[in-house]
Design a protein around this ligand. Sequence first.
Ligand code: NAD
Length: 268
Amino acid sequence: MSDPNGLLAGQTAIVTGASSGIGAGCAVALAEAGAAVLVNYHSDKEGADAVVAKCEAAGGRALAFQADVASEDDIAGMFAAAVEAFGAVDILVSNAGMQMDASFTDLTKADWDRVIAVNLTGAFLAMQAAVRQFRAQGMRTSRALGKIIVMSSVHDVIPWAGHANYAASKGGLSMLMKTAAQELGQEKIRVNAVSPGAIATAINKEVWSDPAQAEALKKLIPYGRIGDAKDIAEAVVYLASDAADYVTGSTLVVDGGMELYPEFRDNG
Ligand code: NAD
């Protein structure tokens, strides 16, 4: 149930790419923690409506809103809708992301451009709009003026063959997050990242739904299981809350140990 005394009571969050997977999990967890949530979707209205229903079932307020995060106009419309519905925006979870995979020389410029536009430029545009909104509304219920969490990936540090566009977008996102945190800290705006490892969602369904591929994937995870959206959502709620008031410019890696060079676990 949405907790009126919860960690995020009285606050408002925007979650991009929230009609499925990790974003959907984050939206519901934020609502359970007491936040009103704008559930952004790109094309899956039904999915977004189902997430809104789950937020409401948890006792929270929620609104589905269509926007392409790569469009500056759409981002402006999304923030205006959140302010109109809920009065303010305290938390941005920039989660929307995509893969368009190809071997290095088969990767087309169009697929390079689209992944960078959504995963990196889309985050930049949403973060910029969030900072402007935080400044305009001033201090509210939280110790921070505003909180931004970007959904990065273990591939902001682990190179990934066949995914040059995706890995480059997440590496860039990591530096975007740190630079924004450095620049905006004096205004009491906190900016952090969550780096998921392998989380079972639509983005990697062909891997985890195939038993042989799922077993091979688990060999890369010291903790021995594939993650789920809730694993990531819990980390996002923490970073959005005052419990993390002294945390900025950090990446919270939620990966079952995938970044721990698992090939070396039996002595290399
Ligand atoms: P997903 O495909 O379920 O979610 C991605 C969401 O982004 C979808 O809802 C999609 O509609 C949305 N989206 C795509 N383009 C958009 C656009 N232009 N505008 C608005 N929304 C758009 O997959 P997911 O695993 O839930 O991915 C969520 C985030 O987590 C992504 O940034 C992804 O890179 C990251 N991530 C996922 C994993 C994993 O293992 N699943 C691991 C590391 C990072």
